[in-house]
Design a protein around this ligand. Structure first.
Ligand code: XUL
Length: 443
């Protein structure tokens, strides 16, 4: 029997999911990442140690091998990583980093660079790259590095996305950036499907030389000999790693237009496949690539599950109360009481002043009212800022928080549509495994 492995390297953990040829999950392991980001006094700065991701990937492979799973039966590997994180190399082999830490998607410290890019390119940035200049995207992040650490930038020979860095790690040689995740950089021209020379050279005259090539759907690599240590067969195909959201699009079976997905994770995201690309008139949403061809729309809400958990802990209630009881004790609409738990600077809409935003007296309300206010506030904010994507007869809800009846009902109300729960262990890792199966067919 042949199996296909998907690796998901997300913000808080690394998962390994194995499917058989029919797409049925036969094995699943995960390891928590010890420091998803390094603490700093500036809430806008969010960097992580890139070595931690490699250690996480190796740890999950070891766990899978030690679970007695027959690693030699894996016929192909695919995967994904949190989007937008960049990895700066002085050399790939032996590995040496020119920037000790990697900015991750939660970083919002490049406001100045975004203003400069806006000034230089105006509307063209969004029309050609799918998004206006966005703080967490690779272009503004690289520009900040060029401006603040010019010597380290000069020593840099390659700038990877975390996804292409992991593909390279498995292949044992430097790999390209695939379009799904590459579109989240403000550097890829979606009309030519290649780096935009003008934008790249505005950031640094030699930037384009430091970027990996852009690769097309269907490209694959081969597993390096080193992974024989884990019982894997060297030379099996590696589907290029993509971003977690493009991988989720595949895992949720939403690569064809008509289905939208609301994924409730560390960040909440809303996305759908899009054959021709169209941009958000408000400028918050993005166009990424669909790993199987064409494009996808996406809006990202930074204060997702971590914010819900913080409210739960603040109130000292358990998940049953948060997910169910609070909704039995209150009425839909909550008498107009709404709250937005923006403990981290919010992305959609942009808001750098953190805190709990309410339109009612929080102290005088019951815990149940506070919870409904937060959940209805979040779902209405998502519905409002994704209206540009289109309207959908049904929305698939996935991610840990989709188990909450209260959240599902609030989503159905906010979107005025039917909501179905997609019961997959991990849609991004599943997407990675399905991309691996696809690569195996092409060999
Ligand atoms: C998408 C985004 C997040 C990360 C989370 O643009 O920033 O969803 O991909 O891993």
């Amino acid at each position: 029997m042949k199996y296909f492995l998907g690796i998901d390297c997300s913000t808080q953990s690394v998962k390994a999911l194995v499917i058989d040829g029919a797409g049925v999950v036969v094995a699943y392991e995960s390891v928590a990442l010890p420091r998803p980001y390094l603490e700093t006094s500036d809430p806008l700065v969010r960097h992580a140690d890139p070595r931690m991701w490699l250690e996480g990937v190796e740890a999950v492979l070891k766990k899978l091998r030690d679970s007695e799973f027959d690693m030699a039966s894996i016929a192909a590997i695919g995967g994904d990583a949190q989007q937008h994180a960049t990895v700066y190399l002085e050399r790939f082999n032996p590995l040496s980093f020119s920037r000790r830490t990697s900015p991750i998607w939660m970083d919002a410290s490049t406001g100045e660079e975004c203003r400069l890019l806006d000034g230089a390119f105006g509307k063209r940035m969004q029309l050609d790259t799918g998004s206006p200049a966005i703080e967490r995207f690779a272009g503004p992040q690289i520009m900040k590095f060029v401006r603040t650490e010019p010597e380290a930038y000069a020593r840099t020979t390659r700038i990877h996305l975390l996804s292409s860095f992991l593909t390279s790690w498995f292949a044992g040689k430097e790999a390209g950036i695939e379009i799904g995740d590459g579109a989240g950089m403000n550097l890829l021209n979606l009309k030519t499907l290649d780096w935009d020379p003008e934008i790249c050279s505005f950031i640094a005259p030699d930037l384009i030389e430091k970027l990996p090539p852009v690769i097309r759907p269907g490209t694959f690599y081969r597993l390096s000999d080193r992974f024989a240590d884990y019982g894997l067969i060297p030379g099996i195909p590696i589907a290029p790693f993509t971003g977690d959201n493009p991988a989720s699009l595949v895992g949720c079976g939403a690569t064809e237009p008509g289905v939208a997905v609301l994924s409730l994770g560390t960040s909440d995201t809303f996305f759908a496949a899009m054959p021709e690309f169209r941009t958000d008139p408000e400028g918050y949403g993005h166009v990424f690539g669909n790993p199987l061809g064409g494009f996808m729309s996406l809006a990202c809400f930074k204060n997702g599950s971590l914010a819900r958990e913080k409210v739960k802990d603040m109130l000292g209630v358990d998940w049953t109360f948060f997910d169910e009881t609070a909704f039995e004790r209150t009425e839909p609409g909550n008498g107009g009481k709404r709250a937005l738990p923006w403990f981290e600077p919010e992305i959609t809409p942009l808001c750098n002043e953190t805190g709990l935003k309410t339109n009612f007296d929080w102290d005088a309300a019951s815990d149940a009212e506070r919870i409904r206010a937060v959940v209805e506030g979040q779902m209405e904010n998502i519905a409002k800022h994704t209206a540009w994507i289109g309207s959908f007869k049904r929305i698939r809800v996935t991610g840990g928080a989709s188990r909450s009846r209260g959240i599902r009902e609030a989503a159905a109300r906010a979107f005025q549509t039917e909501v179905e729960t997609l019961d997959v262990v991990d849609s991004a890792a599943l997407g990675g495994a399905l991309l691996a199966r696809d690569a195996a067919k092409r060999v």
